[in-house]
Design a protein around this ligand. Structure first.
Ligand SMILES: Cc1ncc(COP(=O)(O)O)c(C=O)c1O
Length: 391
């Protein structure tokens, strides 16, 4: 039976030295960057402790258990077993995306992105020599979906690739198997490639079903690559390890042909930690984390309804990021600025996710209920101040 994972206390978290805890002064509650506030899964702690004890801190080996550990994890968690022979590691998901895109597009080619989307997507396309082509997600009134007609039109106009966020950051949308299949068929029709960023996939809640892009039919196998990592679910971003996955002979050839330096950039600690994260021993811990995140996403809904009526928030189906629309409160294009300045709560800026992010904030609820409650209380206090100042 999984036990909910408990976050560290604020005093403990303040001892951390990562970006989340060092970017802002102590009076600020940091709920911006996608790091979580939980202890490591015990199997990861043991793996890293052993490596430190033994000085096992050299280069990552050419042969590691990482690919087979991920294949087994994907089979247990998603019902899909990718071929370990079709995987190569690198330092992080961002680097994997750029390395793949560089090889499947020509300079100046269009790459479709679906805003509001993880802001670096625009830069990663640019770094790979491409030009982002924006096809926003469609808001159906009940959730978000890929705009398949928009994607078809962009492909018809010459876009050569789609950079998919699956599950989607910031909305937490888990794309349906049908929409992924349709996307793959469109890409196949136009000879385009789909690069699917699946970094948030291990954090899909049990009430949703994550479909790995490469498992969405034969067209998806032909046109697709996935880039995966343990880093979001297990909070390992600083250790630097991700996997690029190809299913077709052609995709596997692209990955095999990457310069060996791409693989050499994998962090040794990242690899050791990821193998421990993907091991069956960590499944129960991950289930416990999902229980915690489920409680937190619901707590946030309750707190917003009571203390910040007028904001709009749909609970994400995956991950620990909440996409909240403040537009009706009249706090302007970028409410996070005022929230940081006056409430001392750091959220991610909505407009950074694309024009669709105007009036929005992204809040990281991968923390304790106390911190979430305090953050909402601080923001809600602004509401009273705002009302008084506009009377
Ligand atoms: C969708 C998505 N892709 C990539 C990243 C960055 O991953 P990495 O640190 O492995 O480059 C993040 C980080 O939050 C993310 O949300």
């Amino acid at each position: 039976m999984a036990v909910a994972v408990t976050a560290l206390t604020l005093a403990e978290l303040r001892q951390r030295t990562s970006e989340k805890w060092r970017e802002y002064p102590e009076e600020v509650l940091p709920l911006f960057v996608a790091e979580t506030d939980f202890p490591l899964a015990p199997a990861i702690t043991h793996a890293l402790e052993r490596a430190v004890r033994d000085g096992d801190t050299g280069y990552v080996a050419s042969h590691t258990p990482l690919a087979s550990a991920y294949a087994a994890f994907a089979e247990r968690r998603f019902g899909w077993r990718p071929d370990p022979a079709g995987m190569r590691s690198t330092a992080d998901v961002s680097m994997g995306i750029v390395e793949i895109l560089r090889r499947v597009i020509a300079p100046g080619d269009g790459v479709i992105v679906n805003p509001p989307v993880y802001p670096p997507f625009f830069d990663l396309v640019d770094e790979a020599g491409g030009v982002p082509v924006r096809v926003p997600l469609r808001d159906t009134g009940e959730g978000w979906q890929l705009d398949l007609d928009g994607i078809a039109a962009a492909l018809q106009s010459g876009a050569r690739a789609v950079l998919l966020c699956n599950p989607h950051n910031p909305t937490g949308t888990v794309h349906s198997a049908e929409s992924l299949r349709a996307l793959a068929e469109l890409a196949a029709q136009y000879g385009a490639t789909v690069v699917s960023d699946e970094i948030h996939a291990p954090l899909t809640q049990p009430d949703a079903r994550f479909t790995p892009f490469l498992s969405a039919g034969t067209a998806a196998e032909q046109v697709g690559f996935a880039v995966v990592s343990a880093s979001k679910a297990f909070n390992l971003a600083g250790l630097k390890c991700a996997l690029m996955v190809g299913a077709s002979a052609q995709a596997q050839h692209v990955l095999r042909d990457l310069p060996v330096e791409v693989e050499w950039r994998t962090g040794q600690f990242g690899m050791l930690a990821a193998v421990a994260a993907f091991a069956p021993e960590s499944d129960e811990w991950l289930d416990g984390l999902l229980l915690t995140l489920d409680a937190n996403r619901r707590l946030l809904a309750d707190l917003l309804a009571v203390h910040l009526p007028g904001t709009r928030y749909r609970m994400p189906a995956a991950g620990y990021l909440a996409w909240i629309d403040f537009s009706d409160l009249g706090w302007g294009e970028n409410p996070s600025r005022r929230i940081l300045r006056d409430a001392k709560v750091a959220l991610h800026f909505g407009p950074a996710f694309g024009a669709e992010g105007a009036g929005h904030v992204r809040l990281n609820f991968g923390t304790s209920p106390e911190i979430i409650t305090q953050a909402v209380a601080r923001i809600a206090a602004l509401r009273t101040a705002h009302a008084e100042s506009t009377e």
